[in-house]
Design a protein around this ligand. Structure first.
Ligand SMILES: Cc1cc2nc3c(=O)[nH]c(=O)nc-3n(C[C@H](O)[C@H](O)[C@H](O)COP(=O)(O)OP(=O)(O)OC[C@H]3O[C@@H](n4cnc5c(N)ncnc54)[C@H](O)[C@@H]3O)c2cc1C
Length: 451
């Protein structure tokens, strides 16, 4: 995207939501010469791409790693002067997992590696052959895919991916597709269509390289974006500020917000709505009917994170493990142990969306107890470990669902004539990765700049 900086009077633009999409939009609008105000209800920016300090180290609250092929993030980090100066870590190997098969055997499981699918002896030979015959339909879609436009996969939007693959290979679904998607997204079988999956797998590039910053993890990027904006006289960061209503008026945009019990009203020329899609219709009661129809069917799965610090056991540190739902594991998607410099072990687990939804009202302590019970069920030796501390990162709004019909609804939405005053940004418009969410922020900024 090469758009000329502003040559006319700068506009006064609000950005609601300071996740990676909103921060990306804000920095882009500053580059284009506009004044920006960024609202977020949290006390720090970053949203689902944030890190918090706990038990002597930085912990992710959402995203674990950046995908190397998402070069807009690298460009962003370079523009901030941190890509070549701050130490980075290569996470491609770290991202490899093993699947616990039938509660007794570990099978190596790289994400969407054809070689690993062929080697996977949980999938019978006959089913591998059936998969081979099914794949051409997906390869045909690969050619149509535009990585910046999910709607290019609309032709395969009618089937749920798990239902479609199950016809060819039930074992592939139970011991590859579903556990992998639970790990990445907390997705169950009802949460993603064949169209989305075929679009995601396009070129397989997205899963081939992962990286992060050595210090602070992925949250380093949003932290530095926040710093850049807070040091910029043309930007105002309104953190700990809950936006209550966004209204289009004859001469611009009116935003009602609350901060520390004080209600305020602000006037802007334009707005980027960079909140999760489910928030948009709540904040914008005046949204037109076709857009409301789209937003009303946006939904998210939960994907909580459990962190624990434990004393090391009298057994080797366990491998990173995916726990398949087919073998009765309904809570934990993936369970990871890492040795610490002080000799203790860090434990990290992500949780399945269905479990998060079914326990939406449960206390954090209860969720942690249930998760640890399941971890012990997967590996009884874990019962002997002494727990020093534990925390739950609740992510009820974690990953936008892409069930059958979603891409068609998205296409109807993106085909609407743009509103020159309001642009939307966020993971639900493309894909729930940091890079794709960031890109929707850049696109929203360019849309408002172009008029
Ligand atoms: C557990 C987990 C693991 C993940 N792993 C990865 C990974 O490894 N790699 C990867 O690329 N992606 C990963 N993702 C996805 C990635 O984190 C998201 O796609 C991305 O961060 C979404 O950014 P966003 O800006 O669209 O939304 P958000 O980050 O949700 O930002 C929206 C912001 O809006 C604010 N907000 C909402 N309502 C209001 C209001 N009324 N007033 C003011 N502010 C408001 C919120 O506080 C939030 O800060 C993961 C996500 C989760 C949850």
């Amino acid at each position: 995207m090469n758009i000329a900086p502003q040559t006319i009077a700068p506009l006064n633009i609000a950005i609601v939501g300071a996740g990676i999409a909103g921060l990306g939009a804000a920095l882009r609008l500053r580059d284009l010469g506009h004044q920006v105000t960024i609202f977020d209800r949290n006390t720090d920016a970053g949203g689902r791409c944030r890190s918090v300090h706990w038990q002597g180290g930085w912990r992710i609250t959402g995203a674990f790693a950046f995908i190397s092929s998402e070069t807009n993030l690298i460009d962003q980090a370079r523009a901030l002067g941190i890509y070549d100066t701050l130490p980075r870590v290569e996470l491609t190997e770290t991202h490899e997992q093993t699947l616990l098969y039938k509660r007794e055997k570990l099978i190596r499981q790289r994400s969407f590696s054809v070689t690993d699918i062929l080697r996977n002896d949980a999938i019978p030979l006959k089913e591998k052959a059936a998969l081979g015959l099914a794949f051409p339909r997906l390869f045909a879609q690969f050619k149509r895919n535009d990585p910046r436009d999910l709607t290019t996969a609309v032709a395969l939007d009618d089937d749920l991916a798990c239902d479609w693959f199950r016809k060819h290979s039930p074992a592939f679904v139970d011991y590859y597709l579903e556990p992998t998607m639970q790990m990445f997204c907390g997705y169950g079988p009802e949460d993603f269509s064949l169209g989305w999956l075929a679009w995601l797998m396009s070129g397989l590039e997205w899963s081939n390289g992962w990286w992060s910053f050595a210090d602070r993890g992925v949250g380093m990027l949003t932290h530095r974006m926040e710093l850049a904006l807070s040091n910029d006289p043309g930007a105002r960061l309104a953190l700990a500020t809950d936006v209550r209503q966004v209204t289009e008026t004859p001469d611009g945009i009116s935003i009602a917000s609350e901060c520390g019990g004080v209600l305020s009203q602000h006037r802007f020329d334009k707005v980027v709505m960079a909140v999760p899609g489910t928030m948009v219709p709540i904040l914008m009661p005046g949204l037109d009917a076709p857009r409301r129809a789209f937003f009303d069917q946006v939904s998210y799965v939960g994907h909580h994170i459990m962190n624990m610090v434990v004393k090391p056991g009298d057994f080797p540190i366990p491998s990173k493990t995916l726990l398949p739902t087919a073998d009765g594991f309904s809570i934990i998607s993936n369970l990871v142990f890492n040795p610490r410099a002080d000799g203790l072990w860090d434990v990290y687990a992500e949780m399945k969306g269905r479990f998060c939804a079914d326990h939406a009202g449960a206390s954090s302590a209860k969720i942690l107890d249930l998760a640890w019970d399941e971890a012990i069920a997967s590996n009884p030796k874990l019962a002997t470990l002494d727990i020093i501390d534990r925390r739950l990162q609740r992510n009820d709004i974690a990953i936008a669902r892409r069930p059958a019909g979603y891409i068609r609804a998205l296409k109807a939405f993106t085909d609407l004539p743009p509103n020159p005053r309001i642009a939307f940004a966020g993971d639900y418009l493309l894909n729930s990765t940091v890079g794709q969410s960031h890109w929707t922020g850049l696109r929203a900024a360019d849309q408002l700049h172009a008029g």
